[in-house]
Design a protein around this ligand. Structure first.
Ligand code: AMP
Ligand code: ZN
Length: 275
């Protein structure tokens, strides 16, 4: 789930409270390129009785462009992780500025400060740019802003600088986290996932609003054959406006057993003590 620490619309506390309201036992907060929302989410989770897994959604290079990678069980005070994420967030600022410059050339009267105001200290993403465009009056809604201006292939779209999957996997493992590939959709072929596994993949996000039952079954089959674990989630960003791409809160049923297996993989049980 996403919060105002990146492009979600609710604070980490509110995200957890909403999770509680639909009786989720556990959630992962996986903001883009930051774990800044995690401490507040964990505290809220302790208060209302929701287990909060510290996560992060990384953007990674892929043969087709961009692929998202979920890191789970992350520390919030790791200098190594933080310096990596800080570079990614700095690149998001660079890219946000470039998108605004392009928008200005297209006649959209926007300043980068308008985008920063939308982000309100969170990791800057295209949804913030979209909200600023809508506010300025050049699009009728978030999806319209993506369609007209900042969707991939549209005139104000700018690429991020993307780290290699292997580097993300190595980083996450160095801080004792686990790596799952997010909403891989039709790109999740067996050969591609095998390649990611060789580079450190631990799990596949089989359950996601964008995965239909057939795709979900195919990814499940691959995960079981390759010995990869499974993850899932709603990718909730707050209550969506009509036509928005994200799933409904609590709409993905994820067995608690999957979480237990992830924990087992992360921390192998201690060797039995001698006789
Ligand atoms: P970024 O990481 O800055 O490229 O932003 C990507 C985020 O934008 C995704 O995680 C989605 O939350 C959102 N997004 C992408 N495409 C659309 C779309 N067509 N409509 C609404 N939100 C979108
Ligand atoms: Zn997002």
């Amino acid at each position: 789930m996403h919060s105002t620490a990146s492009d979600g619309s609710l604070s980490p506390e509110r995200v957890v409270e909403r999770a509680r309201s639909v009786r989720l036992a556990a959630i992962a907060l996986t903001d883009h390129d930051t774990v800044a929302g995690v401490p507040a989410a964990v505290a809220a989770g302790e208060r209302v009785g929701v287990r909060v897994i510290a996560g992060c959604e990384f953007s990674s290079a892929a043969p087709w462009g961009e692929m998202h990678v979920l890191g789970y069980f992350l520390p919030t005070h790791s200098a190594e992780l933080e310096s990596f994420l800080e570079r990614s967030r700095a690149d998001r600022l660079r890219r946000g500025r470039e998108m605004v410059a392009r928008l200005q050339r297209l006649g959209v009267a926007l300043e980068f400060d308008d985008v920063l105001r939308q982000a309100d200290g969170g990791a800057v993403g295209r949804p913030h740019v979209a909200r600023a465009i809508v506010r300025q009056g050049s699009a009728t809604g978030i999806s319209d802003a993506f369609d007209r201006y900042i969707g991939r292939g549209r005139p104000a779209y700018v690429d991020k600088v993307l780290p290699a999957f292997r580097d993300i996997a190595d980083l996450v493992h160095a801080v004792r986290g686990l790596v799952s590939v997010a909403h891989i959709k039709e790109r999740g072929t067996r050969s591609f996932l095998e390649r990611l596994q060789r580079e450190g993949l631990d799990a596949i996000e089989t359950r996601h609003p964008s995965h239909d039952p057939e795709l979900r079954a195919r990814l499940t089959d691959i995960a079981l054959r390759l010995g990869l674990l499974r993850t899932g989630g709603s990718d909730w960003h707050g209550d969506p406006e009509p036509g928005e791409v994200h799933g409904a809160l609590g709409a993905q049923e994820v067995p608690l057993e999957w979480l237990e297996r992830l924990e087992q993989l992360r921390a192998p049980p201690p060797a039995p003590v001698g006789p």
